[in-house]
Design a protein. Sequence first.
Length: 175
Amino acid sequence: MTLPRKKRGTGDAPKPRTVSRMAAVQALYQMDLAGTDASEVIEQFMAAPAKAPEGAADGEVETLTSLEGADTTFFADVVKGVVRRQREIDPLVDQQLRTGWRLVRVDSILRAILRGGVFELLERSDVPARVTINEYINIAKAFFEADEPKVVNGVLDRIAHKVRAKEFETPGEGG
C-alpha cells in the first residue's frame, strides 16, 4: 500500500491532507476491528514513530500509524467527525449500495473509506466535493485493485449530488 502522490512520477511527497485522510481511514479501520475508542486511536497515531518497524528493509513497509507530513488537526477532525455523525453517515451509504448490500457487509477498509468521504461531504464545505471524491478514490486504489475504487466513486458521487447539489450545477442553473 502506498500513499497517493501529488503528481504521478514527480516523486513529490503527498499533500498533508492526503496523508491525513489515509491515516484517518486506517484509524477508522482499527476502531472498527478492535473496537478502539476515537480518542485512544488518535492518541496512538499522534504518538507513533515516523519510521518503519524494526527489522523492515528500507521502503519495504510503510508505517500504518504514522502522521509524518499530515495535517493532524484535519486527521483528528475526520476521525472524530465520523464517530460523531456515524448514525447519519451509515444510512446514507446504505441507500447508495446495490440492493441487498448493506454497509455492514462491506469490507472494513472500504467501509472506513466511505465513512471518511461521506463525513467530508457532509461537514467539510471548505473542501470541494470533487476533491473529496477524488482523494478517497485514490485511497481506495492504494488498498484495492478490483472494483472497490469504482464503488467509492459511485457512492460518494451520488451522495455529493444530494448533499452538495449546488457544486454540480452548471452556470445558469438553479436561479
